[in-house]
Design a protein around this ligand. Structure first.
Ligand code: NDP
Length: 334
């Protein structure tokens, strides 16, 4: 028995044809195409849940902007992020997943079927919704970041590093992402500064060692970037050393590229009127499950994980979401 309103029902109820044409009813809608979204799709497709995946703003997710993935089990020699995501996509498609371009621009989760609008045009009615929209890079919030966007400011070294071949650049942040970006850039650029606000790196020991061993990376501890300068393009950054102490001083460095690697914000904004979020916007799930506060809506991957944020944990939670969705549909249909 069909659970929810189908397109046919809409026509029966005299919904104008033009509106009906813009709507499509699917059984399982998955938003996001990182390891969480594609793993959910693999499991959902194999369980006959007919998943439709909308890839979102960054097809393949954050791993497409990383270089070598060395810690995903099953790749003894490592694998590049884009290759791994292409494999996951193919695996999801092999079992019948319908993968589409498109960004979810609004959602109405007040009743089932859930309504998700894609690209502000098409409305998808979904019996179950799996949210795997991930997280987006943070910026410092400087006016100069906007001014020089695409002209020296970037949040993705793998995407843009090539443009700075032989030049001097800076990476802001002291975590694993910042180290990874700095190491990547060190192979292309003449000099890489790391701008770190504390007196130590937050990154794992192995990444720290690699950074310290790299001759053309200079770590500027206890420095904060406050501005950028340059005629149309970035030519340098203004930093404050030991901010708020008696030794505080302004430092200017000459750089051509300014890369942000200071963490991420979960992509949960369009669900905020319906789903419980924590104080930083991560979707709350019931412990040990991917269930949100709305029956039939599940969340997996970085959009609900502020702690681990790894490809393998995202994939694991994607699997959980598909199993939770299958059980939910089973209960509704029995
Ligand atoms: P993290 O949250 O781990 O690190 C963010 C870094 O940015 C910290 O050094 C933080 O400083 C700094 N920072 C944050 N806000 C500001 C600001 N306003 N001004 C200046 N500096 C700022 O984020 P990552 O993206 O590095 O990593 C996220 C997760 O992904 C982690 O669990 C990490 O281990 C994992 N990861 C693993 C990789 C791997 O294993 N190959 C690669 C990349 C990420 P502070 O320390 O002072 O807070």
């Amino acid at each position: 028995m069909a659970l929810f309103k189908k397109l046919d029902d809409l026509e029966e109820k005299n919904v104008p044809a033009s509106k009906a044409q813009e709507e499509e009813h699917v059984r399982t809608l998955i938003l996001g195409s990182g390891p969480a979204g594609y793993t959910a799709a693999i499991y959902a497709a194999r369980a006959n849940l007919s998943p439709v995946v909308y890839e979102g703003i960054e097809p393949g997710g954050q791993l497409t902007t990383t270089t070598e993935v060395e810690n995903f089990p099953g790749y003894p020699e490592g694998v590049t992020g884009p290759e791994m995501m292409e494999d996951l996509k193919k695996q999801a498609q092999r079992f019948g997943t319908d993968v589409r371009f498109g960004i979810a621009t609004s959602a109405d989760l007040s009743q089932r079927p859930f309504k998700v609008t894609i690209d502000e045009k098409k409305v998808i009615l979904a019996d179950v919704l799996i949210i795997a929209t991930g997280a987006t890079a943070k910026y410092l919030g400087l006016e100069a970041e906007k001014k020089y966007a695409g002209s020296g400011v970037s949040a993705c070294a793998t995407c843009d590093g090539f443009f700075y071949k032989g030049k001097d650049v800076a990476v802001v942040g002291g975590g694993d992402s910042a180290c990874e970006e700095a190491l990547y850039l060190s192979n292309l650029c003449r000099k890489v500064y790391m701008i770190v606000r504390k007196d130590h790196l937050r990154a794992s020991k192995i990444m720290q060692e690699r950074v310290f061993k790299t001759h053309n990376i200079e770590v500027l501890f206890e420095h904060n970037a406050i501005d950028l300068f340059g005629d149309g393009v970035v030519e340098g950054a203004v930093l404050v050393k030991k901010k708020g102490t008696p030794e505080e001083e302004e430092v200017r460095i000459k750089i051509d590229g300014f890369f942000l690697a200071i963490g991420h914000t979960p992509n949960s904004g369009i669900f905020k009127d319906y789903l419980e979020l924590d104080e930083t916007g991560y979707i709350k799930t019931q412990p040990g499950t991917t269930r949100t506060n709305i029956h039939g809506v599940f969340a997996c991957g970085d959009v609900q994980d502020r702690i681990y944020r790894q490809a393998v944990t995202a994939a694991g939670s994607g699997c959980m979401a598909a199993i939770d969705a299958e059980r939910f549909l089973g209960e509704q249909e029995s």
